[in-house]
Design a protein around this ligand. Sequence first.
Ligand SMILES: [Zn+2]
Ligand SMILES: [Zn+2]
Ligand SMILES: [Zn+2]
Length: 114
Amino acid sequence: MLSDSIDVLGVMVDQKTRCVHYHTEKDVIAIKHRCCQTYYACIKCHLELANHEPAIWKKEQFNEKAVLCGVCQTELSINEYMASKFQCPYCKHEFNERCSLHYGEYFEVDSRNG
Ligand SMILES: [Zn+2]
Ligand SMILES: [Zn+2]
Ligand SMILES: [Zn+2]
């Protein structure tokens, strides 16, 4: 493993960034939170461990690398992640499509367009 791999915080986080809340074979991404510029396995981990309100990413910041594939440890920009069709563009591991139900907790989304 790379010695400079990115630290991901969370509750019972494993090597693929799965946590106590989301731990299927597909729950392999971690998300950097705008409020603290820190990767957490999920928003619930942030809720339990961070002592502040989460801040979501604004649309004009979607070029920021804020999504980490826990399988290949590659950082994706939010735009890349949104366009990924729930599959890592680098290692081709599947992402959990149900994450899209929670986009609004992490990213600014256009509710009119779903
Ligand atoms: Zn935070
Ligand atoms: Zn979690
Ligand atoms: Zn990957």
